[in-house]
Design a protein around this ligand. Structure first.
Ligand code: SF4
Length: 243
């Protein structure tokens, strides 16, 4: 075994769950995917709907690169009639990019199997994105607002978007009853400064922090002044009550 291979074998990451389902958010809603939900997150959002994934609890299972690849391949072959041309693998969490070294070892294996790599991320760790970007096909990044997440990440989001722009990227903003118009406008300015053609999904919260429909309308109208592709879409899996 070479030293690189030894290093890869030693790498492990905590994963809450690996499962087959349909993407419930954004531009790819309805796409059949294998979801790999990493445990642990670097921030805390008031609306987080996967609280069980925020900390590395004893329910998380530690996978090596090889054992996770094996698990993904098993689920892929069990559901092979469900995928389109390629098996799409969503890396989600928690925040997958806190395990950037693990991902940098895992993703070449996924690409070798001709899987499509879909990264779902909070967009706050651009330096870790750099380690994995070459193996990602689609990046769905969030813009996180201080009104729900305690602090803003404007410079991190801008840098993240600049790195992502060489791939297919879309931005998601969760809108709650605390979201400020100034936050929505600032997001639009940053996105426009990278590329006005990046699509944005405004995702209204559908739990206790539901935004007023009038505000949603205003937010979208203001964004549309700067960006041509702005959509409003809630989480479909919540409405349909699937995982
Ligand atoms: S970034 Fe995602 S996983 Fe982390 S706290 Fe926010 S919503 Fe939850």
């Amino acid at each position: 075994m070479g030293s690189e291979e030894l290093k890869t074998t030693a790498l492990k990451a905590p994963v809450c769950e690996v499962f087959f389902s349909y993407q419930g958010e954004g531009l790819y809603a309805g796409l059949a995917q294998i979801f790999v939900r990493f445990a642990g997150c670097n921030i805390k959002c008031g609306y987080c709907d996967t609280a069980y994934s925020l900390k590395v609890s004893n329910k998380a299972q530690y996978y090596t690169v090889q054992s996770l690849l094996k698990k993904i391949k098993q689920i892929s072959s069990k559901n092979k009639n469900n995928f389109y041309k390629k098996t799409s693998v969503s890396l989600t969490g928690g925040e997958p990019l806190i395990y950037a070294d693990f991902l940098a070892a895992l993703l070449p294996g996924l690409k070798k199997e001709k899987f499509e790599v879909y990264l779902e991320t909070n967009g706050t760790i651009p330096e870790n994105l750099k380690k994995t970007i070459d193996f990602c096909d689609i990046i769905s990044m969030d813009f996180k607002f201080a009104s729900e997440c305690g602090k803003s990440f404007w410079s991190e989001h801008k840098r993240f978007l600049e790195i992502s722009a060489k791939k297919e990227v879309c931005v998601k903003c969760v809108i709650t009853n605390k979201t400020l118009l100034s936050e929505v406008k600032k997001s639009a300015e940053i996105i426009k400064s990278v590329s006005k053609n990046i699509p944005v999904i405004l995702q209204p919260s559908i739990d206790k922090s539901v935004p007023h429909i009038k505000n949603l309308y205003i937010f979208r109208s203001e964004m549309k002044k700067m960006l041509p592709f702005v959509y409003v879409m809630p989480q479909m899996h919540k409405i349909m009550n699937y995982k």
